[in-house]
Design a protein around this ligand. Structure first.
Ligand code: MN
Length: 444
């Protein structure tokens, strides 16, 4: 299930020079899938170095055979859903044949080079889109550190909810407002309680980012048929970055049944889906449980998940304010964290999500929750970084922040790294806050 194959070989190099640059997120070992518009039509492509191999355009050139050809045909709609719905052997066959086309010494190099204006596009020039139709989106809350700090800031006597270590906590979020990286984020209007205790409506203060990773569900399960934890890896197609933008002023006032308008105005995801197969070398033991923690119930406990349920992925967040951009200052890193800080694995999240018989569909998105760790450096949202506004964040421009302001740009990035393997990246998830638009006559 997590076996490595020739596509993971760290010695593999591509005849496309930019794929061999030591700092590229997209070496030949990665081959992530994304969608973009070409001549007004949605195409599916694979990022390789600075370029994108256009899978949709390749269908005219007989480059793929067998299961890889079936996978290619499943992508003809210009979206990943139909491929996600198929057993992994199909996307795996496509990955293997594409890797063989792009590897140094490939017999296809001359042909692909001759067709390069059709098949190879400059990645930076493409207008990417959300790679799959996301029918449902669930966001979990799996960092004990994030949860405990937020509980403390809100003055809760028991900052960690009683159920936190017995089950992965989540809420059903909004799929319709998920947008791809580089889409601006309009500050929402909302109802909140201000510092004096007055109930207000207007542009939401306390805007925050949340640094998360998300999984795309692959094969579905039928209604009333839970996915067993041991089978979850066959149902997790791939991963992307997720910024769960939050208007914390609105969220903290409204939240009784869970987050609602404080989150649903927009969420951002990175454009490239790094497949579960590409991440196999980076599987790791998940966070060790403390002796005093409750024992895992059988449906959340599986030997394979205890050994390989984690992922060696580093995550970072950067800020660049309008003033930092005007002064040509570099984006300032404000968070560095790691998936090892999560209490629950993606497998456990999916097993729990479907444990009541809830049916999961190809393209559904599952967020990890804010990936905060124990240290100050690994606080993965502004609320934690500033102790809920008590310790302002200093910017390189001389400004300070207790929350995001209009014009602030947040960039998330992630890298899977492990000794002995070529690091693979997720690219970036970027969003800039724009001022609230329209409706000012209703503000109080
Ligand atoms: Mn979140």
């Amino acid at each position: 299930m997590f076996e490595l194959n020739v596509t993971h070989d760290p010695k593999r190099r591509s005849w496309l020079a930019s794929a061999n640059a030591p700092d590229t997120p997209f070496p030949i070992q990665n081959l992530p899938l994304g969608t973009f518009s070409r001549d007004g039509v949605s195409h599916v492509g694979v990022a390789i170095g600075e370029q994108v191999f256009d899978l949709t355009a390749s269908q005219y050139f007989n480059l793929f055979t067998g299961d890889a050809l079936s996978a290619l045909q499943a992508l003809s709609s210009g979206s990943l859903n139909a491929l996600m719905a198929m057993p992994e052997s199909f996307s795996s066959a496509l990955r293997k044949q594409l890797s063989e086309h792009l590897v140094v010494g490939s017999g296809s190099q001359t042909m692909i080079s001759a067709l390069s204006s059709s098949l190879l596009l400059e990645r930076a020039a493409l207008k990417m889109s959300v790679p799959a139709l996301i029918g449902d989106y669930t966001d979990f809350l799996t960092s004990e550190y994030h949860t405990e700090r937020h509980g403390r800031f809100k003055g809760l006597k028991e900052p960690l909810p009683a159920a936190f270590k017995s089950l992965p906590i989540a809420y059903h979020s909004r799929a319709s407002s998920i947008r791809v990286s580089d889409t601006p984020v309009v500050r929402p209007r909302g109802q909140y309680k201000d510092a004096s205790g007055a109930i207000k409506f207007g542009p939401a203060p306390m805007m925050d980012f949340e640094l998360e990773l998300a999984a795309f569900v692959g094969q579905s399960n039928a209604l009333s048929k839970p996915i067993a934890l041991k089978d979850t890896s066959a149902h997790l197609f791939g991963y992307c970055l997720l910024n769960d933008w939050s208007a914390k002023s609105v969220q903290w006032w409204e939240q009784v049944l869970g987050p609602f308008l404080g989150k649903s105005f927009m969420s951002s995801i990175s454009a490239w889906v790094v497949t579960s197969e590409a991440l196999r070398p980076f599987r790791s033991k998940p966070q060790a449980k403390a002796a005093k923690d409750p024992a895992l119930l059988p449906y959340l406990n599986d030997p394979l998940d205890r050994e390989f349920g984690g992922l060696d992925i580093e995550v970072e967040a950067f800020i660049r304010s309008e003033q930092q951009r005007a002064s040509q200052l570099a984006a300032q890193r404000i968070t560095r964290s790691h998936l090892k800080h999560l209490y629950w694995t993606f497998g456990q999240m999916l097993a729990h999500h479907s444990s009541n018989g809830c049916n999961m569909n190809p393209g559904d998105l599952i967020g990890s929750g804010t990936i905060s760790g124990p240290t100050d450096e690994s606080r993965a949202c502004i609320t934690e970084i500033t102790e809920a506004g008590k310790k302002p964040l200093k910017l390189s421009s001389g400004e300070s922040r207790t929350a995001l302001e209009d014009g602030d740009e947040i960039t998330l990035s992630a890298w899977a790294k492990k000794e002995g393997h070529v690091s693979i990246g997720f690219g970036q998830c970027v969003g800039t806050i724009l001022s609230a638009q329209g409706g000012a006559e209703l503000d109080v």
